[in-house]
Design a protein around this ligand. Structure first.
Ligand code: DAH
Length: 339
């Protein structure tokens, strides 16, 4: 039986095939239920015990080598283009599935482009930050709730190291390195210790803006944001600023844009108010300027910050924040026509 198996291994190694049918015949001859290998396994049961180990190993080797042979024959055949398997060489090729940009990337790119057109440069900063850049240089009082363990991811070993909770930290990094005039826009990922739901996630994206120069006024802020809203949501878009509070701006405001779905009439997206909340903004607090060695008597500035997920939700009418992170192709493919 030993010699018989060796002979079969040799024969099968020399086998060549020109068509898929020949490969299939080969497979049936050796590996089908009534094939040679199956018969050999039946015969194997009858041989004396002292031969079992060696012959058993050989049999397994035969099975593997036959399977490898079939695979390699198939592969060789698929690499050969013959006139018999391509009927018309002028037929168009099969379409290649092209990927598309993620909706967050689409919106982030659009925001950066809108501000680039009025002279804002892009700046970035680290995701792992320290207390100074995220909080203290931005005028957060020591007892501010945003520092709370429930909002911020701290590193256990060193409470001075944390994951940034907003891209406002990049403002500080820019002020450290550059002197006014400053005109910059900063995109990035931010992290908050929140339970994941349709409306909240522990990781999301923000874009921060900072403008510092002599004689910058609230009117400049308002006009810049109006330009932005019109570019992003359409020429007929209106904005409204509501008083608000942020430690790093004074005065502070929240900006709403007129609902582009119901054109201000009221619908369930704008909760029948006609307005959609889009970003936070304000005049940079003099304390922040001074902390970063910028003379607050000479210079003034404005800042704003927005959530990219939120803007993409409004633009594409996405109702659940979790969709951005699941990478379900049925969701992602819907953005393939957007540049
Ligand atoms: N950092 C704020 C947040 O995460 C957003 C923000 C508000 C940024 C006002 C600003 C600003 O620059 O002026 O909610």
């Amino acid at each position: 039986m030993h010699d018989k198996i060796i002979q079969i291994i040799q024969d099968s190694e020399n086998f060549t095939a020109e068509t898929l049918e020949q490969i299939e015949e080969f497979r049936i001859k050796y590996l089908s239920k009534k094939g040679i290998v199956s018969a050999l396994f039946d015969e194997f049961r009858t041989i004396p015990g002292d031969q079992k180990k060696e012959v058993g190993q050989l049999l397994n080797q035969l099975k593997i080598s036959l399977q490898n042979k079939i695979n390699s024959l198939k592969e060789q055949l698929s690499n050969i283009v013959t006139t018999s398997n391509i009927q018309d060489l002028t037929l168009p090729g099969s379409p290649i599935n092209q990927g598309s940009r993620h909706p967050i990337s689409i919106v982030r790119k659009e925001i950066l482009e809108i501000f680039a057109r009025i002279g804002f440069t892009v700046s970035e900063g680290p995701e792992i930050e320290d207390d100074k850049h995220v909080f203290s240089a931005l005028n957060f009082p020591p007892e501010h709730p945003a520092r709370d363990m429930q909002d911020t991811f701290f590193i256990e070993k060193d409470p001075d190291i944390l994951l940034r909770t907003h891209t406002s930290s990049i403002q500080v990094r820019v002020m450290e390195k550059t002197s006014p005039p400053i005109r910059t826009i900063s995109p990035g990922r931010v992290f908050r210790n929140e339970a994941i739901s349709a409306r909240a996630h522990c990781i999301f994206h923000q874009v921060e803006g900072l403008y510092i120069d002599e004689k910058v006024s609230f009117a400049d802020l308002k006009q810049t944001l109006l330009y932005f809203a019109k570019e992003l949501f359409g020429e007929s878009t209106k904005i409204r600023l509501r008083p608000s509070y942020f430690p790093f701006t004074e005065p502070s405001a929240e900006m709403d844009v007129s609902c582009n779905l119901c054109i201000g009439k009221g619908c369930n997206v704008c909760k029948y108010t006609g307005w959609l909340e889009v970003l936070g903004c304000g005049m940079v607090d003099p304390n922040v300027l001074e902390f970063n060695n910028i003379d607050s008597k000479k210079y003034t500035g404005f800042a704003f910050g927005m959530g990219v997920e939120r803007i993409a939700m409004l633009k594409f009418q996405i109702r659940d924040l979790r969709l951005y992170f699941e990478n379900d192709l049925r969701f992602l493919e819907q953005f393939s026509s957007v540049i």
